[in-house]
Every structure is written in structure tokens, then in C-alpha cells.
Design a protein around this ligand. Structure first.
Ligand SMILES: NC(=O)CCC(=O)C(=O)O
Length: 264
């Protein structure tokens, strides 16, 4: 499965300009290769413009959903559409959209864990639905958003549901880049899944973002690690059969004793 990731800088509060950036990126990528999956970062239409988010997304309405559907259908490609701020009764959710090659939204995930360090609870609502796997071309995968990476239960749940790849879409700050890299390796090794991340670069409101989008194998090896400061694209071809091979070699799932894990 060929996966193309766009580690982009995001223009704050300008959804139309960010859609144009993504369009140009897709044109460029597709000139050179035919990926099966495209991946974008967290809040890629608006960035973390939390205090004015409501106004920005109201003005933009449903433009991004239509844009993504057309993109997937036109290029016959699956999309992990990072995440987008969406207003619904009750507040604004940080929502990841997953589209198949026909341009159908096959899954959405609302970021469950709000980030105290960014005061997210003042502006956003945490998701209320359990994480679920979805399928691209018959293979099971999952998606989580940024701070969710710190909660091992989430990726374990996806792995137990059969996920072979877990995508992490993010706006992870440079101040905690070590955590970002190590946690991706940990989630990959402990769950024997591929972890594919897409972080942003650039600065917003004085916060510098880490970049360092990665692909980690179920053995914990880093296949690709993007730069810290530059916009970057990488394409990797994953051999998903590695998951089964590694789970046979180190049969962690067969060794689990959940009845002794308390409330987990
Ligand atoms: N956007 C985020 O979720 C940032 C998470 C973060 O800063 C951290 O976990 O550290």
C-alpha cells in the first residue's frame, strides 16, 4: 500500500488558501506516482486559530467536505483528510474525515482527548464516540489525532479490532518533539502495527511545530522521518503482510491476560 504524506505549513484562518495548497500538492504528487492513500495533518484548513475558529468555519461552511469528495473521486485515491474543525449542535469538534476512492466519507473520528496545554477545552468539545477501524482496499486501519497518541488504550483498541496501520494526524509542537518520536515507536512496537504520522511545520501564535512526520514499522524501525522545519512530502510503500509475520514471531496478542488488567 503506497502512502503519500503532506507535512505542510498551514495558513492560519484561511481554508480556501489551504485547500489550494493541498490541490497543488496532489497535482505534484500524482505527476510522479500513483499513491493508494493521501495523508494530511490536523486542522489543516484553519490551524489552531481557536479564539476565531467559530467565525472562520461559519464563513467556510461545507466547502472542505465537497473539496475532499471531489479530490478522492477524481484521482481514485483514498484520503486520510487530517482533521477539520466542524461546528455541530453543542460545539466545535476536531474531526478527522476518511474517504475512499469513490469519494465517499466512510468514517469520521472526533478527537477524544482535548489538550490542556493549548486550552482546547475553552473552544472545542471532545469526541464522544469510541474509536473504530475502517477499511481501505480490504485492509483494516485506524486514525487518531495528535494528543491522542499519549493514550495507549486507543491504539490498543484499534489493534484489537484488527488495524494493521494507525495514522496519527497532528499539530505537535517542537517543544515536545522527543515525546512525539518515541511515542510513535512505542505504539508501533506494543501493538505491532505500522504507524504513519503527518504533522505540520511552521509557527502559529509563537508555537513552533515539530514536523518530523514518520513511518514506523510494526518492528519499531523508522522507515521515514521528515525534517523538522521544511514542508515535505514522502511516499512509502508498506508491505502490510509484515504485521502478520511479526505477530507470529513475537505473539504478544496471544500472551495477553486482560482479566488481570483491572479496568482497562
Ligand atoms: N495538537 C495537539 O494535540 C498537541 C499535543 C501536544 O502538544 C502534546 O501532546 O504534547
Amino acid at each position: 500500500m503506497k502512502i503519500a504524506t503532506y507535512q505542510m505549513d498551514i495558513i492560519a484562518g484561511k481554508p480556501a488558501e489551504n485547500r489550494k495548497k493541498v490541490l497543488d500538492w496532489v497535482d505534484q504528487v500524482l505527476k510522479e506516482q500513483q499513491p493508494d492513500v493521501l495523508v494530511l495533518p490536523e486542522m489543516w484548513t484553519t490551524a489552531y486559530t481557536l479564539p476565531i475558529l467559530e467565525k472562520v468555519i461559519r464563513e467556510d461552511e461545507a466547502e472542505t467536505e465537497t473539496f475532499l469528495k471531489e479530490l478522492a473521486r477524481k484521482h481514485h485515491v483514498n484520503i486520510i483528510a487530517g482533521s477539520i474543525a466542524v461546528e455541530e449542535a453543542g460545539g466545535i469538534f476536531n474531526r478527522s474525515y476518511i474517504l475512499n476512492r469513490k469519494g465517499e466519507i466512510i468514517y469520521t473520528y472526533d478527537k477524544i482527548h482535548l489538550v490542556p496545554m493549548l486550552d482546547e477545552h475553552l473552544y472545542l468539545k471532545g469526541g464522544n464516540n469510541a474509536v473504530k477501524v475502517f477499511e481501505f482496499d480490504g485492509r483494516k486501519m485506524g486514525v487518531i489525532i495528535c494528543y491522542d497518541l499519549r493514550f495507549p488504550e486507543l491504539v490498543r483498541s484499534l489493534a484489537l479490532q484488527g488495524a494493521e496501520v494507525v495514522f496519527v494526524v497532528a499539530e505537535w509542537p517542537l517543544a515536545r518533539v522527543k515525546h512525539w518520536e518515541i511515542l510513535q515507536q512505542a505504539r508501533a512496537i506494543e501493538n505491532q502495527v505500522f504507524v504513519v504520522s503527518c504533522n505540520r511545520v511552521g509557527t502559529h501564535d509563537g508555537v513552533k511545530f515539530a514536523g518530523r512526520s514518520m513511518v514506523v514499522t510494526p518492528w519499531g524501525e523508522t522507515l521515514t522521518k521528515a525534517s523538522q522545519v521544511e514542508e515535505e512530502t514522502f511516499t512509502v510503500d508498506l508491505n502490510l503482510n509484515e504485521v502478520t509475520r511479526i505477530r507470529k514471531e513475537v505473539p504478544v496478542f496471544a500472551s495477553r491476560v486482560p482479566k488481570l488488567y483491572g479496568d482497562l
